[in-house]
Design a protein around this ligand. Structure first.
Ligand code: NAD
Ligand code: MG
Length: 417
């Protein structure tokens, strides 16, 4: 099993006398300028005695990265885009900061695997984060995984690198954090004790929309999530429910459970973040306000609990919690993409990566106004139909598979015109 379990007796609790003895965790935050990245830094800033920042990485947002450098004084700041790195370098030169600016995606792996680093927050969006996740896994880091696409693409290879590298994999996705918090400590007991896991889904902005009108959805409408503030790609994925599809695949790999033991229920209020049903029919759930700082603080602090900054849940004043069967005809028509999770998990290894690549290309094309909302699913389906991957055995195989599936998806999009 890849998920961590060994709670250490001398490190339990959050009493001040213990905190002062705990070694500060040194962090690399991949994707620090994104939604998860900024929430992570918000939690980190509340605990200067527990964490220090070694490296921050981003793609384009120079001003935000500069502010983060001033505040957290990392040793390295990497910008993927060359022009952005040059601008950051100029801004930093005008200060007395010692932060060294790196450029291009090549340095991401080194910052994830650097010997000075204890913990890596993987918060890059998409398969672009795969290589750095594997680098952190191989070098035995504590790996806080927000970047679900990396696990969806990496699959068994990702897990084997976690095992051989001796890394500790902690889920940051709120549903998977909820399940992890609801599971027994010993992973070897999971398969025999668990009846199923139940992932909750808000249903996004189109839960009640007439499925026949979804073709006219605009990017602006799709980017308005009712409960969560997130990056653009995951927000569109939530509107199609492809996010839940990726999360079913993520849950399968993280918890080593058969796809038939993973269920999805629609829970529009996003208060219960997911549940585990045991053999005796007991259901254990994790609840909280919808704020990603909670699972982030859980991952950063594990096995301790640390303050997250989130608003506490007041059950008396929360709206009544409701649940809807995903498996109704209406929801199946609204969200056809979700079912692809079980299909690709039942197909040959590599198909999860093909689906992810197609979806990344399709979401990008939708946001650019090149295809309609319901065509995202069409692109995903047609790409899966047209592309049979070889079983991937290495990072190179995975990257090649990703590139080919993207090319196929682009062709499919051109053929839609
Ligand atoms: P975001 O778009 O807000 O941020 C993405 C980050 O990745 C940014 O720092 C960006 O600069 C960087 N980035 C983008 N393209 C890159 C590339 N090619 N190479 C290197 N860096 C690149 O996204 P987000 O919402 O923070 O999501 C990050 C990941 O966390 C995604 O995989 C998402 O599914 C997952 N996640 C997010 C949330 C959430 O609430 N936002 C919740 C659960 C899981
Ligand atoms: Mg989630």
């Amino acid at each position: 099993m890849s998920l961590v379990t060994e709670a250490t007796a001398d490190n339990v609790g959050n009493a001040p006398q213990l905190r002062s003895q705990v070694k500060r965790q040194v962090l690399t935050i991949l994707g620090s300028t994104g939604s998860i990245g900024t929430s992570t830094l918000d939690v980190v800033a509340r605990h200067p005695d527990l964490f220090s920042v070694f490296a921050l990485t981003g793609a384009k947002k120079v001003e935000l990265m500069f502010e983060q450098c001033v505040r957290f004084k990392p040793t390295y700041a990497l910008m993927v885009e060359d022009a952005a790195a040059s601008r950051l370098e100029n801004l930093i030169k005008a200060t007395d900061l010692n932060t060294q600016v790196l450029r291009g995606s090549k340095g991401l792996d080194d910052l994830a695997a650097h010997p000075s680093v204890d913990t890596v927050m993987a918060a890059i969006v998409g398969a672009a984060g795969l290589s750095s996740c594997l680098a952190a896994a191989r070098s035995g880091k504590r790996l806080l995984l927000a970047n679900k696409e990396a696990l969806v693409v990496g699959g068994e290879l990702f897990l084997s690198q976690v095992r051989t590298g001796g890394a500790k994999l902690l889920p940051i996705d709120s549903e998977h954090s909820a399940i992890f918090q609801s599971l027994p400590e010993d992973p070897t007991t999971w398969n025999s004790q668990i009846q199923k896991i139940i992932l909750t889904a808000s249903g996004g902005p189109f839960r009640n929309r007439d499925p026949n009108s979804l073709h006219s959805v605009t990017p602006l409408e799709a980017c308005r999530h009712p409960n969560w503030v997130m990056g653009q790609k995951i927000t569109v994925d939530s509107a199609t429910m492809m996010n839940k599809c990726l999360e079913v695949i993520e849950a399968h790999y993280l918890f080593g459970l058969a796809p038939s033991k993973i269920e999805v229920v629609i829970h529009p209020q996003s208060i219960i973040h997911s549940m585990v049903e045991y053999k005796d029919t007991s259901v254990v759930a994790q609840l909280g306000t919808p704020d990603m700082r909670v699972p982030i603080a859980f991952g950063l602090g594990w096995p301790n609990r640390i303050e997250s900054g989130a608003k506490a849940l007041t059950l008396q004043s929360t709206p009544p919690m409701t649940f809807e069967d995903f498996d109704s005809l209406e929801h199946r028509a609204r969200f056809p993409g979700l079912l692809l999770a079980w299909q690709v998990l039942g197909a040959r290894p590599g198909m999860t990566g093909v689906l992810n690549a197609a979806n990344e290309v399709a979401v990008h094309a939708f946001l650019a106004g090149k295809i309609g909302f319901t065509q995202i699913h069409e692109v995903n389906l047609r790409t899966l139909d047209q592309y049979e991957p070889l079983v991937p055995h290495s990072l190179e195989d995975l990257l090649e598979l990703d590139a080919r599936a993207r090319a196929t998806a682009e062709q499919v999009i051109r053929a839609l015109d």
